[in-house]
Every structure is written in structure tokens, then in C-alpha cells.
Write a protein that binds this ligand. Structure first.
Ligand SMILES: NC(=O)c1ccc[n+]([C@@H]2O[C@H](COP(=O)([O-])OP(=O)(O)OC[C@H]3O[C@@H](n4cnc5c(N)ncnc54)[C@H](O)[C@@H]3O)[C@@H](O)[C@H]2O)c1
Length: 353
């Protein structure tokens, strides 16, 4: 009896710790919570030693099983940065294919001398808009630079005014630099960090307040396997992508109380304009074999060498191999997933700690 009284007090305290509104809902729910809940798979009475189990409020659970709940984004609005091409485009189009309206943001032009990829163009951004609209969704292509937080705040205001809400933000835009530390010019380091790490932080800082005001949101950042280990001759990129994981986990700690989740997708090597050039193919062979790579490997040589070591036997992935994970992380089904890293690498990451 004494034990029961003690655990009842404990349960009340735990309920109140959820916050006053959620706590009250928890206790109200707990009072009625003797039998199975509608749609829940757990059919056991929810009591322990005669004491009701605390119930999470509706914002504190993914809810009962519903068909397609991990892919249903109808009525949601997503902002995707770096959406003109590559992984950003695939994510924008995949979110749209699952029901979301899209603001596709990209600089659609040169970013820095310290970028090995050719710049994206307005035509690339227009193509993303076309593909999103082909799924019957609304789409706005916006030319903006993630290094400019004032511009991002204007986009946040305009998106809210035009679309009525912002449910999902995907901070995807980035550049990559291949150059040894000892040969670096200042901008090889500074521009990569400024663009990738500061730009991603700008994106969170510009858009998260809109989600805080609505007490709900999904933030997805793009890191990289190169942000999980060092990368010979690409230290500024590696450091920027490692920093993004620290940012993601810190944001998850701060924003959870507002029902906002923050997670990272960690792609392996993906064939995009960021990576489709001889130096990258050659570096990827070096990373894989640990030996000095050939100068100008053919794509097939590079694929074959890498595929031999990747569990799914691919040399690299396609952008649309990455985007399905974004749909789950953007959905209501991922309500209790935050601060997490989702590796999509064809199994390449199984050998990393
Ligand atoms: N391709 C890969 O192998 C790979 C692997 C791991 C992680 N990633 C990450 O995935 C994300 C997408 O990469 P991708 O391969 O699609 O590259 P990509 O170069 O094809 O696309 C990146 C897009 O971001 C845009 N962008 C860059 N800086 C910007 C800025 N300051 N403001 C606005 N837009 C900007 C570019 O214009 C471009 O359209 C990046 O964060 C990248 O680091 C890629």
C-alpha cells in the first residue's frame, strides 16, 4: 500500500514534469487509461500495481499505427535549401511526391572559388520546380544564399505569408573542397566553413522561430560520412560536416520542448555534380584502397573498385536513394526521433564506428 501510494505520487510527478498542459493531459489520460487505447497495438491494461501509467499528450507520441503514416505529408509545407539539383532536388521532389508543397531555395550560381563543383544554374532550379509541380504540388523556386541570414529570414516570412506555415526545413546546401591542408589558401578553409556550417546554422536560426511559434516542426540537416571520420585532402569539408552534427544534436536538445525534431541524414558517396569529376573519382579510389589512386580513372574503374568493398555492391548511390529517409524524418511518424543520424550508404558505413 505504502509502495502504491509512493508510485502514484511518482506517476503524478512524472506527469507534471511533462509541462503543465501536457502534464494535466497526461494525468487526465492516465485516469481513464485502464483499458486498451484506440488504434494502439498494446492491448494490455496500462496499470502498474493498480496505478495508471502516465499517457503522453498527442504531441508527445507518433500515435497509433495508420497506413502510410511514415510517408503522408499532405498539407505540409517544406523549405529545402540547395534544391536546384542533386540530393536537394531529390528530397524536394520526393517530399512533393508524398504530398508536401515546396519552397526550393538555391543560390543557382557560383558560391566560391573554393568549390570543386561547377555552379548550379537558374535552369537547374527551374527544373526542380517543374518536377515538384508534376506531382500536383505548389512550388516556389527562390534564389537566395544561405550565408545571408537576413535573406533567409525574408524567405521565412514570405513562405509563411504565401503558404501559411512552415512544417519542414531541409538544410542541404553545401560545397566541397579538395585540397591538402599544407597547400590551402585562406578561402579554402574559411569559405567551406562559412558556407556549410555557418550557412546551415543560419538556416536553422532563420526558420526554427516559425516552428517554435506553431509548436511543431521537422528539421533535417545533411551531414556526410566525411563528417564522421577525417578525410585526407578535404579537411575543411570534413570539419564543416562534423560541425553540422554538433549543431544538429544541440538544436535537438533545445527544440524538443517545442515539439520540433532535428535529425541528420548522412549519405555515403552519391553521384551528383558535387562528386562527378575525375579528381573526386580518383580520391574515392584512394579512400577505398588506401593506396595512391590513378590520376584519371574512368567512372567504371572507380565504380568497380568501390563496389567491391560496399556491402550492397554499388560504387556509389543515386540522389533518390537518399530522399526516402527525408520523407520519414519529415512525417508525423518520426515524432519521437530527434538528435539522430541516419546513414544511407549502401552499407559502406558498417565498417565505421
Ligand atoms: N554527393 C555526395 O556524395 C554527398 C555525400 C555526403 C553528403 N552530401 C551532402 O548532400 C548535400 C547535397 O549535396 P549534392 O551532392 O546534392 O551537391 P550539389 O552540388 O549537386 O548540390 C548542392 C546545391 O547547394 C547549392 N548551394 C551551395 N551553396 C549554397 C549557398 N550558399 N546558398 C544556396 N545554395 C547553395 C548549390 O547551388 C547546389 O545546387 C550537401 O550537404 C552535401 O555535403 C553529398
Amino acid at each position: 500500500m505504502a509502495n502504491n501510494a509512493k508510485s502514484a505520487t511518482g506517476a503524478s510527478r512524472r506527469g507534471l514534469m511533462l509541462g503543465s498542459v501536457a502534464g494535466a493531459a497526461a494525468l487526465a489520460g492516465a485516469a481513464a487509461a485502464q483499458g486498451p487505447r484506440d488504434g494502439r497495438t498494446d492491448t494490455e491494461p496500462r496499470v502498474l500495481d493498480g496505478n495508471p501509467m502516465p499517457e503522453p499528450g498527442p504531441d508527445k507520441t507518433a500515435g497509433p499505427v495508420k497506413p502510410a503514416r511514415g510517408s503522408q505529408l499532405a498539407g505540409k509545407v517544406a523549405v529545402v535549401t540547395g534544391a536546384a539539383r542533386g540530393i536537394g532536388r531529390a528530397i524536394a521532389v520526393e517530399l512533393a511526391a508524398n504530398g508536401a508543397d515546396i519552397v526550393a531555395l538555391d543560390i543557382a550560381g557560383p558560391v566560391s572559388r573554393a568549390s570543386n563543383a561547377k555552379p548550379a544554374t537558374q535552369a537547374d532550379l527551374d527544373e526542380t520546380v517543374r518536377q515538384v509541380k508534376s506531382y500536383g504540388r505548389r512550388c516556389e523556386g527562390v534564389k537566395a544564399d544561405i550565408r545571408d541570414i537576413a535573406a533567409l529570414r525574408r524567405v521565412a516570412d514570405k513562405t509563411e505569408a504565401d503558404f501559411g506555415r512552415i512544417d519542414i526545413v531541409v538544410a542541404n546546401a553545401a560545397i566541397q573542397r579538395w585540397v591538402p591542408l599544407l597547400e590551402m589558401q585562406d578561402d579554402d578553409w574559411l569559405d567551406t566553413i562559412e558556407n556549410n556550417l555557418n550557412g546551415t546554422a543560419n538556416t536553422l536560426r532563420a526558420f526554427a522561430p516559425k516552428m517554435v511559434a506553431r509548436k511543431k516542426g521537422r528539421i533535417i540537416v545533411l551531414s556526410s560520412m566525411q563528417g564522421k571520420h577525417g578525410t585526407k585532402d578535404a579537411s575543411s569539408y570534413s570539419a564543416s560536416k562534423w560541425g553540422i552534427l554538433g549543431l544538429m544534436k544541440s538544436a535537438a536538445l533545445e527544440l524538443g520542448e517545442h515539439n520540433i525534431t532535428v535529425n541528420a541524414i548522412i549519405p555515403g558517396l552519391v553521384d551528383t555534380a558535387l562528386t562527378r569529376y575525375e579528381k573526386r573519382l580518383s580520391e574515392s579510389i584512394g579512400e577505398t584502397t588506401g593506396k595512391p589512386p590513378p590520376e584519371n580513372p574512368t567512372p567504371q574503374e572507380s565504380w568497380d573498385i568501390r563496389a567491391g568493398t560496399v556491402p550492397m555492391k554499388v560504387g556509389w548511390l543515386q540522389p533518390d536513394d537518399i530522399s526516402p529517409v527525408a520523407v520519414f524524418l519529415a512525417s508525423d511518424a518520426s515524432a519521437m526521433v530527434t538528435g539522430a543520424e541516419y546513414e544511407v550508404t549502401g552499407g559502406d558505413s558498417a565498417k565505421d564506428i
